[in-house]
Design a binder for this molecule. Structure first.
Ligand SMILES: O=C(O)CCC(=O)C(=O)O
Ligand SMILES: [Fe+2]
Length: 519
């Protein structure tokens, strides 16, 4: 199976290599063509100067001879030169060799959907995104979620392609603002043809008109179709559309005023979704400690000799469910080492669905499982986790370390880490459910990517090298619904985390059970 290029940032970065090869090819092509045109210009200038010379050009037998020779031979060689086609052939051959390493259309779709996801979750406006700014717009309030050091803006064709992905899915909610932006940028540069562009102003108007029609906005569909006809007056289909829209508006004139509100697709209105998005938009929010005295900071020693020598700062983040953050759980070099060990093994992340494992839109990342035998560092981490939590993390009482790298707008929508159905593949280890999660942040991010606890109503910003720990199960073994959590879409950055999932069996004396459901 082909590896996708959008679901992990390491894969995106890998796409830089083929583009560098293409740049090399194009540079060679340009050099060749420049040399060819320079030589043609030389020939042109030479012949032109002979014609401009006031002395009669044919009295000199040498000149007379070269005139005859030029017309008999030189011009033919110029006109039939193979150089241009050889240059383009070399470019095309080189491209064909690189082609298998290029992202596929599914990657373009994935990347476009990522932009729309960021637009939704962070309430970014498309006009701003196209200009390269990451601004949250709510009513009249504008907040910069991220300020890039250098503005990078999108072209008309870039916006068209995003809109087209939405359009082809019948998602007019997203198609309209992106196609609007495309049309507006195409209008601004009308007549400037760009070789790399797939679309034109006419294409944008055509799609936008139909999107508005589908969304129930006939008057917009009509005016865009009329604008289209200004550029392509002979288009029969568009002329018919104009007549149809005019008739529809005449039949029900109230349509003209109706600003149909289009619903965001695929998301039935959910309270959890609203909370999730609000928690993501804060880019990480926590209760303020001095206001809640039971939340405290301390150095965890857990009476372990290891931790006495190297104490780790523990911050209690939340009590029910119990969530703690261990600062500097790993060092920069350990985090880097783990990322490097995982990199070659990364594969599209899956989720459990009944008994099966599926790739889904609500979890966009790649992940790898690292066995303890892969490198001694994994045993070191296990010891550290065991010392901190007091739990048995030896196989089969815990899973291998799962290293995750998020992709463009990568995320993991609200979910439980523990199994909620007895048929879950989680139980294949025969060591019970996932009693606790120990999650290490192996990178920082520029913006976004917080870990949001929906019902507990807080979000944890990515704190590089820190580890987040929480219990997924009550002491009676039942799942704690309050642990519903999510990885917010990464707005800017390369987010890596590692999960150590600890199972029920083996912890009987380490976390005594209780029949009180609230424990
Ligand atoms: O990346 C995050 O912040 C959360 C990840 C997560 O919940 C998971 O991998 O199960
Ligand atoms: Fe999770």
């Amino acid at each position: 199976v082909r590896e996708d290029a959008f679901s992990a940032l390491t894969s995106v970065a890998r796409a830089l290599a083929p583009e560098r090869r293409l740049l090399g090819l194009l540079r060679r092509y340009l050099r060749g063509e420049e040399a060819r045109l320079r030589d043609l210009t030389r020939f042109y200038d030479k012949v032109l100067s002979l014609h401009e010379d006031s002395t009669a050009p044919v009295v000199n037998p040498l000149l007379a001879f070269t005139l005859i020779k030029r017309l008999q031979s030189d011009w033919k060689n110029v006109v039939h030169s193979l150089e241009a086609s050889e240059n383009i052939r070399a470019l095309k051959d080189g491209y064909e060799k690189v082609e298998q390493d290029l992202p596929a259309f599914e990657d373009l779709e994935g990347a476009a959907r990522a932009l729309m996801r960021l637009q939704d979750v962070y309430m970014l406006n498309v006009k701003g995104l196209a200009r390269g700014v990451f601004q949250r717009v709510t009513g009249s309030a504008v907040t910069d979620l991220y300020s890039p050091r250098r503005l990078f803006s999108l072209t008309a064709d870039d916006c068209f392609q995003v809109g087209k992905v939405a359009y082809d899915m019948g998602d007019y909610y997203h198609a309209i603002p992106w196609l609007e932006e495309a049309a507006s940028l195409f209008r601004g540069s009308y007549g400037e043809w760009k070789t790399e562009d797939e679309a034109s102003l006419e294409d944008a108007l055509d799609h936008l008109a139909f999107a508005y029609f589908q969304a129930g906005n006939i008057s917009c569909a009509l005016s865009l179709s009329r604008e289209f006809l200004l550029y392509s007056p002979d288009n029969k289909r568009m002329a018919r559309n104009v007549l149809k829209y005019e008739r529809l508006l005449a039949e029900s004139p109230h349509q003209a005023a109706a600003e149909a509100v289009i619903q965001r697709p695929n998301v039935p209105h959910l309270q959890t979704r609203d909370t999730y998005e609000e928690l993501c938009q804060t880019l990480g929010s926590q209760p303020i400690h001095y206001q809640i005295p039971s939340l405290y900071c301390s150095y965890e020693t857990n009476s372990s000799p290891y931790l006495l020598l190297q104490p780790i700062r523990k911050e209690v983040i939340h009590l029910r469910p119990f969530v703690v953050l261990y600062h500097n759980f790993v060092s920069d070099s350990e985090a880097q080492k783990i990322r490097e060990l995982a990199e070659p093994w990364l594969q599209r992340s899956v989720v459990a669905s009944g008994e099966r494992q599926l790739q889904v839109e609500y979890r966009i990342s790649k992940s790898a499982w690292l066995k303890d035998t892969v490198d001694p560092i994994l045993g070191t981490l296990d010891h550290r986790i065991a010392a901190l939590t007091g739990l048995d993390v030896q196989s089969p009482h815990a899973e291998y370390l799962q290293v995750v790298n998020y992709g463009i707008g990568g995320h993991y929508e609200p979910h439980f880490d523990h199994a909620t159905s007895p048929s879950s593949p989680l139980y294949r280890m025969k060591s019970g459910n996932r009693v606790a999660t120990f999650m290490i942040y192996l990178s920082s991010v520029e913006a976004g990517g917080a870990t949001a606890f929906i019902y507990a109503n807080f979000s944890m910003p990515v704190v590089k090298n820190a580890a987040l720990f929480w219990w997924n199960l009550h002491r009676n073994g039942e799942g704690d619904d309050d642990t519903l959590h999510a990885g917010c879409p990464v707005l800017v950055g390369d987010k890596w985390v590692a999960n150590k999932w600890i199972h029920e069996y083996g912890q009987e004396f380490r976390r005594p059970c209780s029949s009180r459901p609230e424990d």
